[in-house]
Ligand binder design. Structure first.
Ligand code: HEM
Length: 405
């Protein structure tokens, strides 16, 4: 077995710990062996772009968490929190996952067209009042409320009650922590989040509306309303946290050349669209995804002797590392808006590929255009350092104080 057991080889624990600056570790791991077993973490670490894509499209690997115990379902009475983890489509396979993918994909591209004017107004409405202040928090004042209100709109959730909006922000962060396996969570928030969506689902069942919950109900995607509730919680959190992170972590990459970006995006059609893709590659909000082998998978032909992934073994696919693979992206650590092709895997790949990608792309592109158009200058506030969210998979800046004019 090829393994990361020599001390200088990165381990899963090291990769998780380095969530603020992981790329030196990834470069070492990829150069050593892009598909390597980590005995300490008891999992395979995949950092090579080609391997990440091929495993994500290989049906011998499953997202279904029941395979964590070698394919055996966990017996006994079930708790809501267990269901919340195991019944999310992102952590299961089968008919409901296919159906939900289809509904979200359709809704996402329909909403993207329908909502782009509304999203642009939302961005301008959040940013305009910040300019005269001269200072603001890129995350707290912009990327969080922007991503949250967009996903609320997709779910048909009103945003006129600030207390409820703050609760949804907190509950969805907790939900993202739970999905990431980051167990420093407030379990009560998962219960409250569930209760919120249970009421919303009942309300939409009684009176359908033009939103994602109603589309799920019309399509009959989930056999049980409780599974719909769980997947609303999951999609809401997935849609909010990732877009927030992309903007909160990505915009600071533009600070050093703000005036140039401002001019290019204003004058050259297509720059903001391609810059969106390049920031998705550079930031990769979902650092990694996990799979389990359903059967023994022999990759020795491609990766050399010893690369046999045994049934039930866990495989961690580092999308963030694949997106900086020099074999696929020349000068991988440089931000190049003109990069083409740009086959990043920020939205994943294969059957679980992000079905919300069209709405996320529109959201990010509009945010970049509006930020660049609104501020002549934008940069870090030297007297208030940024703060990180410690979720090792989805956490980005929790706060990024800026000065602006
Ligand atoms: C920058 C924004 C986003 C990024 C980077 C992102 C990334 C991802 C990735 C990498 C996956 C695949 C997970 C896996 O293979 O295990 C995924 C799945 C998913 N995403 Fe997104 N996402 C974003 C925005 C959104 C939005 C806006 C929504 C909903 C409105 C959404 C809903 C989902 C759902 C429901 C899944 C599960 C799909 C499945 O398992 O079949 N995402 N996302």
């Amino acid at each position: 077995m090829s393994s990361l057991d020599t001390p200088d080889r990165p381990t899963m624990a090291a990769m998780l710990g380095a969530y603020q600056a992981p790329h030196a570790l990834y470069d070492r791991a990829r150069a050593g062996d892009g598909v390597a077993f980590d005995p300490a973490g008891n999992c395979w670490l995949v950092t090579d772009h080609r391997a990440v894509r091929s495993i994500l499209e290989d049906r011998r690997f499953t997202s279904d968490l029941r395979f964590a115990s070698g394919g055996k379902a966990r017996p006994g009475r079930r708790l809501f929190i267990q269901d919340v983890v195991e019944k999310q489509i992102v952590l299961s396979d089968g008919a409901e996952q296919h159906g939900a993918q289809r509904v979200i994909l359709q809704e996402s591209s329909r909403k993207m067209q329908e909502l782009s004017g509304w999203i642009r107004e939302l961005a301008a409405g959040l940013l305009e009042p910040l300019r005269p202040r001269g200072a603001f928090d890129l995350v707290g004042d912009f990327s969080l409320p922007y991503a949250l209100q967009t996903v609320c709109r997709v779910f048909g959730i009103p945003v006129d009650d600030p207390v409820r909006v703050a609760e949804l922000a907190s509950w969805s962060s907790t939900m993202a922590d739970l999905t990431s396996g980051y167990l420093n969570i407030r379990i009560q928030e998962i219960t409250l989040f569930g209760e919120y969506f249970r009421k919303l689902v009942a309300a939409r069942r009684a009176s359908p509306s033009d939103d994602l919950v109603s589309s799920f109900l019309t399509a009959g995607t989930f056999a049980q309303d409780e599974d719909l509730v769980i997947n609303c919680m999951a999609a809401f959190a997935a849609g909010r946290v990732t877009s927030q992170k992309l903007i909160g972590d990505g915009v600071p990459m533009l600070f050093a050349e703000w005036a140039t970006w401002r001019q290019m995006v204003a004058e050259t059609p297509g720059v903001s669209r391609r810059l969106t893709e390049e920031l998705l590659r550079m930031i990769t909000p979902t650092r990694y995804v996990g799979r389990h082998a359903i059967e023994d998978v022999d990759l020795s032909g491609e990766w050399g002797a010893g690369h046999v992934i045994r049934a039930g073994q866990r495989v961690i696919l580092f999308l963030e590392a694949a997106n900086r693979d020099p074999a696929r992206f020349p000068d991988p650590h440089e931000l190049k808006w003109e990069r083409q092709p740009n086959p990043h895997v920020a939205f994943g790949h294969g059957p679980h590929r992000c079905p919300g990608a069209s709405i996320a792309r529109a959201e990010i592109q509009i945010a970049l255009e509006t930020l660049l158009a609104t501020f002549e200058t934008l940069g870090p506030n030297p007297s208030a350092p940024p703060v990180w969210d410690p979720n090792p998979n989805l956490g980005g800046y929790r706060s990024y104080p800026c000065l602006c004019s």
